[in-house]
Design a protein. Structure first.
Length: 517
């Protein structure tokens, strides 16, 4: 089908917080992105459902919540068959479709559907390495056949932060995160210079990131950490890159055990066979040794007890497997996963984790220099592009709705936002935070934990979410909880998206090779 639409480049920056582009206290320097904002329409209040990369990208690509697209985590599941993707819709309208991604976005997730080219690169390749130079060369040489859709996923802001050498100076930001963003800004400028002038551009993040914030006492995260026997640690960036890398490297075993345990649940009374038990015990020994090396690298003194608790948990997982106790092993598994992610992202639904920026640039599509403060959602972007570009599609099942009218009408009513956090694991019965954000209020609760605290915030008066109103406003708690439950009950039952054992193993190996696990 011939099309008259422009080329479209979608830039998705992993861990990009909205306040780092639009907040008054940012220390990064982003002249290229600032110019992009002036050229287009910006939405500072865009929300993602889940602050983990794979579920968030799946929502961005399908306009669906995770409960309806099926990608609730990084391992064990893929996109459901019935979910039409961004790339499939653009391809059906005559576009050549390309993606350059990394991190957990392996082709096995199914997010590659509809892309002519799905470039899945090593996590050790960044814009300032050969990959970045090659991308610019392809843009300048016409390698991307017009009209094209190009999605580029940047990983530099993710732990361990990657700062281009020329920008590793306090003048480019007070923290490694800000300096990394300053460097990435320069590359965004190079992409814009290399692209054809009529190219439409979208810039957003897949989720936010913790940059030193701490949850208040008596809230959900301290409750789960106490329940699971985990020591709280501060959220500062003073963390050894080597230690983080080693810690992430142990996760492939843990995720593989999750799949083994899930497969064993319900079989033979939830027990593990002797062969599988032995193999898992050997793998767990590797995890324990890796964690011991991490503690040595950190040179822990005051943190010795927290390191000791890590080892105790590894032993609990080890002996649970040794005895074939699936249930206990699942609990220990979630503890390990939560312990590794609790001060990056994925552990709660706070604003700094779920709120991302969105900039839309396109001649005749989005007015220049316009800011829309209406609350919208990532799941609304695909329907918006379909309307703005006049794409033809028979796709259905979107949870999002176009906000193109907000651009023309200078805003509109805020949209209710459904939110989830799973702590980096998929055993929701052990760790799941669910919530909703509506009309300046936010509710967070644990649906499977009767004794867990409930969090309610008035974001207009308390944007940092420090004053929990739940004890004094049970009426609002019940109202918002009912709304969240209605939304979650509308999710379909995903039965066609479970990966095979072979695919699970391949995905774990790929993620491990990338350094993500």
């Amino acid at each position: 089908m011939p099309v008259q639409g422009p080329n479209l480049i979608i830039l998705v920056v992993d861990c990009l917080r909205s306040d780092r582009l639009f907040g008054p206290d940012r220390t990064c320097r982003t002249p290229q992105i600032d110019r992009l904002v002036q050229r287009g329409t910006s939405f500072p209040s865009v929300f993602v459902e889940n602050s983990m990369t794979a579920p968030s990208f799946a929502s961005l690509f399908t306009g669906r919540y995770a409960g309806n697209h099926g990608v609730k985590g990084m391992i064990g599941v893929r996109l459901v068959d019935g979910a039409a993707t961004l790339a499939e819709i653009f391809a059906a309208n005559g576009y050549h479709t390309y993606a350059e991604v990394t991190g957990p976005l392996t082709p096995l997730l199914g997010l590659c559907r509809g892309f002519t080219h799905y470039g899945f690169r090593s996590q050790r390749e960044f814009f300032f390495t050969a990959w970045g130079r090659d991308l610019l060369t392809r843009l300048r040489s016409g390698w991307f056949k017009p009209p094209f859709l190009l999605v580029v996923h940047f990983w530099e802001l993710h732990v361990p932060r990657q700062v281009a050498p020329a920008f590793d100076h306090p003048s480019f930001g007070a923290t490694p995160y800000d300096r990394s963003l300053s460097g990435l800004d320069s590359f965004v400028g190079e992409i814009l210079a290399a692209a054809e002038p009529r190219t439409a551009v979208i810039l957003t993040g897949d989720h936010g990131e913790c940059l030193g914030e701490r949850p208040a006492e008596g809230t959900l995260l301290p409750y789960f950490l106490k329940k699971l026997g985990l020591a709280e640690r501060d959220g500062s960036e003073d963390v050894s890159i080597e230690a983080v890398t080693d810690l992430m490297a142990t996760s492939s075993d843990l995720h593989r055990f999750a799949e083994d345990l899930s497969a064993s649940a319900g079989n033979d009374g939830g027990s593990l066979g002797p062969t599988k038990r032995t193999l898992m015990m050997l793998g767990l020994l590797r995890v324990g040794l890796a964690r011991y090396r991490i503690q040595l690298k950190k040179g822990l003194t005051s943190g010795f007890l927290s390191g000791l608790r890590d080892k105790v948990n590894d032993l609990a997982l080890f002996f649970a497997v040794a005895r074939g106790k699936t249930e206990k092993a699942q609990v220990a598994l979630v503890r390990s996963s939560l312990n590794e992610h609790k001060y990056q992202h994925g552990y709660h639904i706070y604003e700094y984790l779920q709120k991302v920026p969105l900039v839309l640039v396109g001649d005749g599509l989005f007015p220049p220099g316009k800011r829309v403060d209406t609350v919208v959602r990532h799941i609304d972007l695909l329907p918006t592009l379909i309307e703005a570009l006049g794409l033809e599609t028979t796709a259905s099942g979107f949870d999002g709705a176009s906000f193109h009218g907000c651009v023309a009408n200078h805003g509109g009513p805020d949209r209710p936002v459904y939110l989830e956090a799973r702590g980096g694991a998929q055993v929701e019965r052990i760790f799941l935070i669910r919530g909703v954000r509506r009309n300046g209020l936010k509710l967070a609760y644990a649906p499977y934990e009767v004794q867990a605290p409930v969090e309610l915030y008035d974001l207009t008066r308390d944007p940092l979410e420090q004053n929990n109103l739940a004890p004094e406003r049970p009426d609002l708690v019940e109202e918002l909880r009912s709304e969240a439950e209605v939304l979650s009950q509308g999710f379909g039952v995903c039965t066609d998206n479970l990966l095979s054992a072979a695919d699970n193993l391949e995905m774990a190996r790929k993620l491990k090779d990338l350094g993500y696990l």
